[in-house]
Design a protein around this ligand. Structure first.
Ligand SMILES: NC(=O)c1ccc[n+]([C@@H]2O[C@H](COP(=O)([O-])OP(=O)(O)OC[C@H]3O[C@@H](n4cnc5c(N)ncnc54)[C@H](O)[C@@H]3O)[C@@H](O)[C@H]2O)c1
Length: 387
């Protein structure tokens, strides 16, 4: 078909390789893998025999005319620089999460999207999961009533030490710009702001290298306050096994729990605040009953994002995952770390210049000696994905 979208993937590590294989297997109709690019030649060479042009220089790829679009799956700092270069080269861009390491870089990247004919998307794959789509529609329809409190404990991001030494960029201020907040949590922090909006204040504890020999944070607990009084607690780590992924939403209409691929709702017959005012008994509670919200599967995840990217480029669908929306999760991650390092509450919005200064200071003052062990690209990424 002549409206096939020609894609180049930049960064052929674990993720880029997974995307490349999926596309070559025809999982995204209308998308052809035409080029791959990695500074490590050994990672791209094998693609040539599959009719995919290998590049070791990003400039060459971006100027080659071989592709209409690129997907960027490099270490995080390059999401900004390569994203800007690709947009300036007139290419559609799908950038992996986080869209940038810090808010100032997000602003630079987003500002480069001046040609609105170019589709600029972010890899927000958990937004395709029907559990979160259902929660969003129930929150927005007012079914739960006002939300009073949210707690998300997402500690099933366990990573062993070999993971951290498998790439020179990982878990360093200079190479990655943070730890669990900027690598694993962008998924949940994106969903958090997508479902509940942004808080007005954050107070956090962040432990640097508590479970691993790394210089960045691997355990965080953040308290959030919202304008309407809602409070939030966000907890994450890469050091706890088996860990838990439990989202608890306390609403006027009862308690909503997402865990183990189930949404359960202990539904109040009357809104708790109305019952509170009207009840004549001091120890009574509203009647409530258990509702299980039936949901199948986990959605199309990364492939779903690619499919929508292609449809948006062809003008067949609205873009569901605009990259611009990725700034929310980056701002939350930055604020949690900022508060944790300053050991004091921080207010929104984040002063992006001030945070960039802090990060640059962490980079320049680092004395951490990073160990690196040569490892193979992971061929099965499924264990690393959140379900
Ligand atoms: N969406 C998801 O579910 C998901 C899951 C895991 C990782 N990721 C993201 O994917 C990205 C890559 O992670 P990974 O685990 O694949 O890392 P990786 O270290 O396995 O791979 C990164 C690759 O990028 C290459 N590279 C580095 N700088 C480059 C440059 N300037 N130009 C071209 N190639 C360059 C490296 O040689 C390496 O092959 C990260 O941003 C990460 O956050 C997303």
């Amino acid at each position: 078909m002549d409206n096939e979208v020609r894609l180049g993937i930049i960064g052929l590590g674990n993720m880029g390789n997974y995307y490349a294989r999926s596309i070559l297997e025809g999982e995204v109709p209308g998308l052809q893998l035409r080029a791959v690019c990695d500074m490590d030649e050994s990672r791209v060479a094998s693609f040539e025999k599959e009719g995919v042009t290998p590049f070791t220089g990003t400039d060459e790829l971006l100027k080659s005319g071989a592709v209409d679009a690129v997907q960027i799956a490099t270490p995080h700092y390059f999401h900004t620089t390569l994203g800007i270069a690709a947009l300036e080269a007139g290419l559609h861009v799908l950038v992996d999460k986080p869209i940038s390491v810090h808010k100032a870089d997000c602003e630079r990247l987003i500002a480069a999207h001046t040609n609105k004919d170019l589709v600029f998307a972010g890899m927000f794959n958990l937004r395709t999961d029907p559990h979160f789509l259902k929660l969003k529609s129930l929150i927005e329809s007012g079914e739960f009533g006002r939300i009073n409190r949210v707690q998300w404990t997402v500690t099933d991001w366990f990573r062993s030490d070999i993971y951290y030494v498998s790439g020179g960029w990982r878990a360093t201020w200079k190479g990655e710009g943070g730890g669990v907040l900027i690598n694993q949590c962008p998924h949940q922090l994106d969903l958090w702001q997508w479902l509940f909006g942004m808080p007005t204040e954050i107070y956090a504890q962040c432990d640097l290298g508590r479970f691993h020999e790394i210089e960045v944070e691997d355990a965080v607990t953040a308290l959030m306050r919202y304008e309407d009084g809602m409070t939030g607690v966000f907890i994450s780590t890469t050091g706890e096994a088996p860990g838990v992924n439990r989202l608890e939403i306390a609403t006027e209409r009862g308690l909503v729990l997402y865990e183990n691929n189930l949404i359960r709702w202990r539904r109040n017959e009357t809104e708790s605040s109305a019952f509170c005012k009207e009840s004549t008994q001091g120890f009574a509670k509203p009647d409530s009953w258990e509702v299980e919200i039936p949901i199948e599967g986990n959605g199309e995840q990364h492939i779903g994002v690619f499919k929508n990217f292609v449809a948006a480029i062809r003008g067949e669908a609205n873009l569901l995952y605009p990259a611009q929306e990725g700034v929310g999760s980056v701002e939350l991650a930055n604020l949690i770390l900022f508060s944790g390092i300053k050991k004091q509450p921080v207010s929104l919005p984040l002063d992006s210049a001030e945070y960039e200064i802090l990060l640059n200071k962490l980079i320049s003052e680092s004395t951490f000696e990073k160990k690196v062990v040569e490892t193979k690209v992971e061929t099965d990424m499924s264990a690393s994905f959140q379900k």
